[in-house]
Design a binder for this molecule. Sequence first.
Ligand SMILES: O=C[C@H](O)COP(=O)(O)O
Length: 252
Amino acid sequence: MRKRVIAGNWKMNKFLSESVKFVEDTKEKVPTGDKVEAVVCAPYPFLTSLVESAKGSKLQIAAQNMHFEESGAFTGEVSPAMLKDIGVTYVVLGHSERRELFAETDEMVNKKVHAAFNHDLTPILCVGETLAQRENNETMSIVEDQVKLALEGLTDDQVKETIIAYEPIWAIGTGKTATSAQANEVCAYIRKVVAAEVSTEAGEAVRIQYGGSVKPANIDELLSQSDIDGALVGGASLEADSFVQLVEAGAK
Ligand SMILES: O=C[C@H](O)COP(=O)(O)O
């Protein structure tokens, strides 16, 4: 049985005091059993404080991006070694907003996934198609390419530890959730791609989240699907009560 992962991606939202309050308010409320992991993906400046606040609880703190190099002349960037140094445990990589707005390529995402494992960080690898690609019946081939390129060169065990977030771009922040059947169809396909490219065991073990307008009202239906192992949530993860409800849904 795969352990679910519910991750709240705050994107470029919140200030320090409200971020710390959020963690203080939620860390004792997130379920502690072995059914679900709860992760908060916060902006860089708050990570140290949030790791400190979450200490001793089950809440994990993630970065929303990182560079793939360990150190060097990369003004404005943050390295995987720095994230590890401050106690961050997960990192979101290849989010569609980074791909679209900051020109991240599959090759860069692949380097970042390798760098995450080299520094003992669990990658949450995002993939997904645009509306035009879906309408052109390209969803499966786009997602397949993104998954193959991002996972290239990883060991079987690393692939098993990777969390893949399937996020159709047309469903992000739009209120238009993919139907649970649409979401599951793509997640099941990703699992098949991993099984074929890596190993049957890796296909079985890899955890696949759905992301795109997930909220307390629709998460049960999404999690009832055979190949959806959690959610990467933007808007609905900003309020503590809503985030706790989402994680509770993952623990059912
Ligand atoms: O990383 C989260 C996703 O981009 C989904 O965002 P959303 O829940 O606001 O649609």
